[in-house]
Design a protein around this ligand. Sequence first.
Ligand code: 6GU
Length: 244
Amino acid sequence: MKIDIVTLFPDMFLGPFQESIIKRAQDRGLLEIGLHQLRDFTTDRHRTVDDTPYGGGAGMLMKPEPIAAAITSVRRNNPDAKVVLLSPQGEPLSQQLAQEFSAMPGLILICGRYEGVDERVRTTLCDYTVSIGDYVLSGGELAAMVVVDTVTRLLPGALGSSHSAADDSFSDGLLEYPQYTRPVVFNDLAVPEVLLSGNHAEIARWRRQESLVATARTRPDLLKTARLSDKDRSYLSRMEERGQ
Ligand code: 6GU
């Protein structure tokens, strides 16, 4: 998959993309990342990328023409890419959206800065507008890194054979169950007996129940859309009866 990123701060990406899974995916040829300085697509002497908002108000907006020129240029080497604007006004990034992105031949990520981006960029040049959560970042760069990370780990072969993305939190709409490694006792707390039992059916049942408990306590909103069996539902209602 080819991901092109249009940004005023391409150097922000250098560290994060040279480590761990994203580095390995690039080394294995599963992922190709292109970084593009938005200012390179300006035509005036001052390389202007922003301007004041019509109607007044504080701050500056990103002008549409440099972004349009950047998309046109980058598309030549990533012709089937979808264009994604990173903006706090976007739809929330989810594991489902990441899965959709990971199946695409390419992405062009546009990082917003200043107080925002001219609305015509969003409506005429972008296929998606994406936010990574209900808080304000100084720009779309960190959000773009989050998109690249979550999409990369879904590319076939990006995670070693020892890890399955299918087991991760959110893949079935629930939080992951708690995990333990050695030692058996740490800070006076023992690893749950069932995990030492070797009884794989019991372990699977315990893990499912712990996933349901963790989700009900921390993210009850997820239970509305999670894929739940009849057994799951009866476990949750028993828990609720006991007030847990
Ligand atoms: Cl994509 N951009 C900015 N500036 N802030 C955000 C965001 C994006 N997602 C959450 N907050």
